[in-house]
Design a protein around this ligand. Structure first.
Ligand code: HEC
Length: 134
């Protein structure tokens, strides 16, 4: 059976079902009933993969915010463009390398000893992304 034949054979049933479900408040198939809430399951799926838990934003809030929110001991504050300007002028990769090694009063990995290099990179990217564009 060709793909188009499959579509034609399925289509009438689907159409009938959708027509029926608009007139019937309690649909027979829960799968179809859940269709309007597709965005919610998509978010749950992302959470299940663990990705949001290791996002730059979450690493920042857990491990970096304590110093960088208020500029503890000269830490460049999140969103403080002037404080970041000379740091951003360094060669590419320097920021992340400094966080991994530690810099001045900032301990290695900004205290996140469980963070991989990629995690640190994500946190740095997040901090840079929060800088005002003008
Ligand atoms: C204990 C406080 C503290 C924590 C926690 C901390 N930082 Fe820092 N951070 C500092 C200080 C202080 C500086 C400025 C160091 C200097 O220039 O002497 C700094 C500087 C930086 C810089 C600029 C580096 C450069 O090359 O100029 C980056 C990027 C940075 N931190 C990212 C992070 C990230 C990402 C985290 C979390 C994983 C983090 N920091 C956690 C205190 C901290």
């Amino acid at each position: 059976m060709s793909a188009s034949a499959a579509v034609t054979s399925v289509q009438p049933n689907l159409t009938n079902f959708l027509a029926a479900s608009t007139t019937t408040p309690i649909p027979i198939t829960p799968t179809i009933a859940a269709t309007p809430t597709i965005p919610a399951p998509a978010i749950q799926l992302a959470a299940a993969t663990g990705k949001p838990a290791r996002s730059g934003a979450s690493i920042y809030s857990v491990s970096c915010a304590s110093c960088h929110t208020y500029g503890m001991r000269g830490a460049p504050k999140l969103t403080d463009k002037a404080a970041w300007a000379p740091r951003l002028a360094q060669p590419p990769g320097t920021l992340t390398a400094h966080v991994i090694k530690g810099l001045g009063w900032m301990p290695p990995r900004g205290t996140c000893s469980a963070c991989s290099d990629d995690d640190i990179q994500a946190a740095v990217d997040y901090m840079v992304s929060r800088l005002p564009t003008r």
